[in-house]
Write a new protein. Structure first.
Length: 138
């Protein structure tokens, strides 16, 4: 395994956490949206990641990393609220709010941000180690 694969692995982790942060931002920005039907209401979105392991014996350029397998919408029901005076209320006086838990989203944001920063630190440390190794020959 090449020492340069460290950059690919940390980069894939940064890409994954960047997607996670974007989804958290989307969820939080839509947390207070309202709809007149359950089918049209915003649904919380979460990324699905998969670890990628390649066998060193199978390839000269074997590496590991994070694969983004997709984005899934939450299957939790929308929040129904009785608000007969709301302009978007249905015939029964209900409005529908997204199934976004803002406290959970804030925790996801902090976790994704810290994971992203950890990958940046891995990149910086690997870079510094490679530079110090090159200086040894001087």
């Amino acid at each position: 395994m090449s020492a340069f694969n460290i950059f690919n692995i940390a980069g894939s982790g940064m890409n994954a956490q960047s997607l996670r942060l974007n989804l958290v931002a989307s969820n939080i920005s839509n947390a207070n949206s309202v709809s007149s039907s359950e089918g049209d209401v915003y649904k919380s979105r979460q990324p699905v990641f998969g670890a990628e392991f390649k066998n060193i014996l199978d390839s000269q350029n074997a590496a590991s990393g994070v694969n983004v397998l997709g984005v899934v919408e939450s299957q939790a029901p929308a929040v129904m609220e009785y608000a007969p005076n709301h302009p978007m209320a249905d015939a029964n006086g209900y409005i529908f709010k997204p199934n976004v838990n803002t406290v959970e989203e804030m925790a996801n944001m902090m976790s994704a941000s810290r994971s992203y920063q950890n990958n940046v630190e891995v990149l910086n440390t690997a870079k510094q180690l490679m530079l110090q190794t090159l200086k040894m020959g001087q």
